[in-house]
Design a protein around this ligand. Structure first.
Ligand SMILES: [Zn+2]
Length: 209
């Protein structure tokens, strides 16, 4: 413990101390701080060691890590909902699968500061349930990125940026999990585009209900 009260607790230690991964985002959506130990553990478990150093993340826009215009617009509406909301926070469940594991997570986004425009946002992401499953190439970021860049002839398959269900049957407007997609004979030779499914589109209204 130091004599100076203002550095009694270092913010990074605090972010590392809470359950899951916690980070602070400025009002302009720049990532300001992230718990370095919990982030490293997460990045290594997700086979993205290039991102394991949190210093490579801090200072970047949150939106660099959110793929798809529709998903980015969804997050912006989400921030607006939080700023309007009396409780100043929003909690919802989402999927964050790795290539060989299904992962159900819960994200809480809380406005920092009293009433008025938030001084920033605190994000906390906790893994609720993790289950090993056969590898799903659709969730291997490098492979899918290569497909987008090199194989423009492949059909586009929309992946919900929140629940990770796939828009497999546009005519029936059905959104299904990746495993079900393969069971129905769906092909991995696609280009993934990120969108938002009807179930996730107004998640903040479900949260308020
Ligand atoms: Zn969804």
């Amino acid at each position: 413990m130091t004599d100076a009260g203002d550095d009694l607790i270092d913010m990074l230690d605090l972010l590392d101390a809470v359950e899951g991964i916690a980070y602070v985002v400025a009002p302009d959506f720049t990532i300001r701080a992230i718990g370095p130990q919990s982030w490293r553990t997460f990045a290594e478990a997700n086979a993205t060691p290039a991102l394991a150093d949190s210093q490579g993340i801090v200072g970047k826009s949150l939106f660099e890590f959110i793929a798809g215009d529709e998903v980015q617009a969804w997050y912006r509406r989400c921030f607006d909902a939080i700023a309007r909301d009396e409780r100043r926070s929003l909690t919802f469940e989402y999927r964050c699968d790795g290539p060989d594991c299904a992962r159900e997570c819960r994200l809480s986004i809380s406005a920092i500061g009293g009433k008025g425009a938030p001084r920033g946002y605190l994000f906390q992401s906790v893994v609720l349930h993790e289950r090993v499953r056969p590898p799903v190439t659709l969730f291997e970021p490098e492979q899918m990125l290569a497909a987008v860049q090199a194989q423009a002839h492949l059909p586009i398959l929309t992946l919900c940026g929140i629940c990770q269900r796939l828009h497999a049957d546009k005519e029936a407007d059905s959104w299904i999990e990746a495993e079900e997609y393969y069971r129905r004979g769906g092909s991995g030779d696609v280009r993934i585009s990120h969108g938002i499914c009807p179930r996730c589109v107004d998640i903040w209204e479900q949260d308020a209900a």
